[in-house]
Ligand binder design. Structure first.
Ligand SMILES: Nc1nc2c(ncn2[C@@H]2O[C@H](COP(=O)(O)OP(=O)(O)O)[C@@H](O)[C@H]2O)c(=O)[nH]1
Ligand SMILES: [Mg+2]
Length: 415
């Protein structure tokens, strides 16, 4: 079936051949789910340091700070098309007693990228160097527990699903037997149904889809949640071939072995067959909804179960695009634009008031953007400071060691 996915890439438009395609993936999951290892496996190179120090709460707080770390890698697909892959790792996610700030930081980041586009669209003179930072796919890594979803999993998907394409993934799937993996997948899908979680479920319009895409999408739906195996090591086999694998006392697992995990299918889906679909869905559906609601004073929910929709062309559990969306999304969202102060719908107000409100909204949006930017810079500063302290300590250790070695050598020479 993987061949279907590879073949579908030949249908892809080639207009990006020279320019390269900008694609952003965020990887979310609790520490130890294998985020870093997956990123390195996906990129086929050491992009993220896997030996990063364990983060502990500071003296004054029980919270572990979530960080958003972005790396950019240039990859080339099977047709020689360049992909600028931006990967956002989320170290510290889900490690605190209260994870609400982590959820908010991630959803604020995603919304902030939409705000930037909104702002750019409204400029008279466009910035030619503007970078579209929207997140096109959010891989949510789930520990291979053999059970369904945990509360934190449900909450993350519920909050992020309406604003980003959430793709659930069972990581480290080599720790489950095939039977256990099948059960784990089923239990997770049962929970997704039960809580009506809005995941990216390979949407299509039945009236407007080719036979081949139909088969691909329905096949991919049967795999959700994808199972993956990752490794940071490449290994040379006795026959001279090189594989990225996990070495165990009883043998080496090839992460690309399609008979034991969905890793290759997931990689092909993200980087080849569904790259444009994910980008289009982000732009045409998720961003468009954000934009409409931001400008009309509606707001997307922070919590609350989005209604389930039926039919082949919808996301699983995703809010429909019908007019009822406005009602469904009427709560929460302090970073969204507020409704008119007197409660009167905007369209009933006079033109001048409309213009005034639109300007006010624009200013609020700009203020919000600056605030989020400042927060990001602050976060980056704290991270850099920590890194500097660590490097200084390393340097001191090396100096101490060299000094000790020199002393020992001197003593030996004297003897
Ligand atoms: N068995 C198994 N272990 C894995 C897999 N992926 C990562 N690990 C291991 O899980 C541990 C945590 O992985 P890491 O990538 O650092 O997780 P992170 O904290 O989410 O970034 C490391 O010891 C990895 O070698 C996998 O697919 N299978
Ligand atoms: Mg890590």
């Amino acid at each position: 079936m993987a061949s279907i996915i590879e073949a579908s890439s030949t249908l892809r438009k080639r207009k990006h051949l020279k320019r390269g395609i900008n694609f952003t993936v965020m990887v979310v999951g609790q520490s130890g789910t294998g985020r870093s290892t997956f990123i390195n496996t996906l990129c086929g190179q050491q992009v993220v340091d896997v030996s990063t120090t364990v983060m502990l709460p500071t003296d004054t707080s029980t919270d572990i700070e979530l960080q958003l770390r972005e790396e950019t890698v240039e990859l080339e697909d099977d047709e020689g098309v360049k992909i600028q892959l931006n990967i956002i790792d989320t170290p510290g996610f889900g490690d605190s007693l209260d994870n609400t700030p982590s959820f908010e930081l991630i959803s604020d980041y995603i919304r902030h990228q939409y705000d930037e586009i909104l702002l750019e669209e409204s400029r008279v003179r466009r910035n030619p160097r503007f970078k579209d930072g929207r997140v096109h796919a959010c891989l949510y890594l789930i520990n291979p527990t053999g059970h369904g979803l945990k509360e934190i999993d449900v909450e993350v998907i519920r909050q992020l699903g309406p604003i980003v394409n959430v793709i659930p993934v069972i990581s480290k799937s080599d720790s489950l037997t095939p039977e256990e993996l099948r059960l784990n997948k089923r239990l997770i899908m049962d929970d997704i149904d039960k809580y009506q979680l809005p995941i990216y479920y390979f949407p299509f319009d039945e009236a407007d889809i080719s036979e081949e895409d139909y088969r691909t999408n329905t096949y991919l739906r049967t795999l959700v949640p994808f199972s993956i195996i990752g490794s940071n090591d490449v290994d040379e086999l006795p026959d001279g071939s090189v594989i990225r694998g996990r070495k165990y006392p009883w043998g080496t697992l090839d992460v690309e072995d399609a008979s034991i995990s969905d890793f290759v299918v997931l990689r092909n889906t993200l980087l080849i067959s569904h790259l444009h679909e994910l980008k289009d869905y982000t732009h045409e559906i998720l961003y468009e909804r954000y934009r409409t609601e931001a400008l009309s004073g509606e707001s997307l929910p922070h919590t609350g179960v989005p209604p389930k929709t039926s039919g082949g062309d919808s996301r699983r559990g995703a809010p429909s695009q019908s007019s009822s969306t406005q009602q469904q999304y009427s709560s929460g969202g302090d970073h969204m634009l507020p409704p008119a102060e007197n409660g009167t719908p905007h369209h009933q107000q006079s033109n001048s008031q409309d213009t005034y409100l639109a300007r006010e909204e624009q200013i609020k949006l700009e203020e919000e953007r600056l605030r989020a930017f400042e927060e990001r810079v602050q976060q980056e500063l704290v991270y850099k400071r920590k890194e500097l302290l660590m490097r200084e300590q390393e340097l001191r250790d090396i100096e101490d060691r060299l000094e000790k070695e020199a002393r020992m050598k001197q003593e030996l020479d004297i003897q």
